[in-house]
Ligand binder design. Structure first.
Ligand code: ADP
Ligand code: MG
Length: 309
């Protein structure tokens, strides 16, 4: 390399280039990556071609230096690389590991549609899920099984989970963790806080967006209904929204999850039967129950309240 540097310097003098320019090029030629590049390509580039590409070598070295010093560059997230194209030295830009990782995380995030739930749910992971109690261990095992089975055979029906247990045991956390794992594996998941969704749907009636909102839940590849049973149910929401969504998902065999403070066996009596006007509608409640039972296996999570810990 020493020789090549000398040879090039000689030619620079011969070409009567400006002193400044000569300095710049000499500096570029001292760079380790440039030297490696020239060594690796010594049979492909003549001295004349290297001199012609000197400004590219300088562009490469200069940008590398700016990135190393944390200065602002025109394409953040990309690092320069020297290549040869038809005997010309070129600088190409390749995404850095950091950028690739950021893109991967963004794609995962884009696969999860969160409706009316705190964004912090995106941080929930199966790996960090507490393992301190039998109920949680069973829930975790079933969650892992679901992810494995569904990703392996997405075209056959897999029952989702109905996570029941008292306030603060981590039901929403687990739904979020399953959603994140599925999204990592390329699956789209919609996670919706049901009591807020019921209010939103009611408010959307005059605005013509009701169908769209219902459709999004009906057709979500994987749907998770969080906190079902936590509000008072209107007949309209039960039959024309919940009923319609569940009917479609049952027919299409689309995986559906629930979380609730109410055990599955009590949902019919304590949530679905009595409407907001206080009327009892047991048959309609039964119909919804059948659909939910078709879609899920129940897992009861007991254990300590984890809120504010
Ligand atoms: P639930 O939906 O059953 O009422 P949450 O999922 O909201 O309970 O959990 C309550 C709190 O405890 C949340 O702040 C959540 O982030 C945290 N938490 C619950 N379970 C876990 C867990 N297994 N690992 C880590 N944090 C958890
Ligand atoms: Mg919850």
């Amino acid at each position: 390399m020493e020789d090549m540097g000398k040879e090039l310097s000689k030619r620079l003098v011969e070409n009567k280039w400006e002193k400044k320019y000569k300095e710049i090029i000499e500096k570029s030629l001292k760079d380790d990556d440039v030297q490696l590049f020239l060594r690796e390509n010594k049979d492909r580039l003549s001295h004349q071609e290297i001199l012609k590409g000197a400004s590219k070598l300088y562009e490469f070295v200069d940008l590398k230096q700016k990135i190393a010093e944390g200065k602002e560059v025109f394409a953040p997230g990309y690092s320069p690389q020297l290549t040869i194209s038809d005997h010309h030295i070129e600088v190409t830009y390749v995404p850095t590991k950091k950028l690739i990782e950021e893109r991967r995380l963004r794609e995962i995030n884009n696969r999860i549609n969160i409706v009316n739930l705190p964004k912090s749910i995106r941080k929930a992971t199966l790996e960090n899920y507490y393992r301190d109690d039998d109920g949680r261990m069973i829930a975790l095992k079933k969650a892992i099984e679901f992810v494995a089975n569904y990703t392996e055979t997405p075209n056959i029906f897999h029952k989702g989970l109905y996570l029941s247990g008292s306030f603060g045991v981590g039901k929403t956390y687990l739904l979020g963790a399953i959603a994140n794992k599925l999204a990592e594996k390329g699956i789209k998941v919609t996670l919706v806080h049901m009591p807020s969704f019921a209010v939103e749907i009611k408010n959307s009636i005059g605005k013509n967006t009701t169908m769209e909102k219902v459709d999004a839940l009906k057709k979500a590849p994987v749907l998770m209904m969080d906190d079902i049973g936590a509000d008072q149910l209107s007949s309209w929401f039960r039959d024309d929204v919940l009923g319609v969504i569940l009917q479609y998902r049952m027919q299409e065999e689309l995986p559906t999850f629930f979380s609730s403070n109410i055990a599955l066996d009590d949902l019919e009596e304590f949530y679905l039967t009595q409407n907001t006007r206080g009327e009892l509608e047991p048959l309609k409640a039964k119909r919804i129950m059948e659909r939910i039972r078709f879609l899920v296996d129940e897992v009861v999570i007991n254990g300590e309240n984890r809120r504010n810990k």
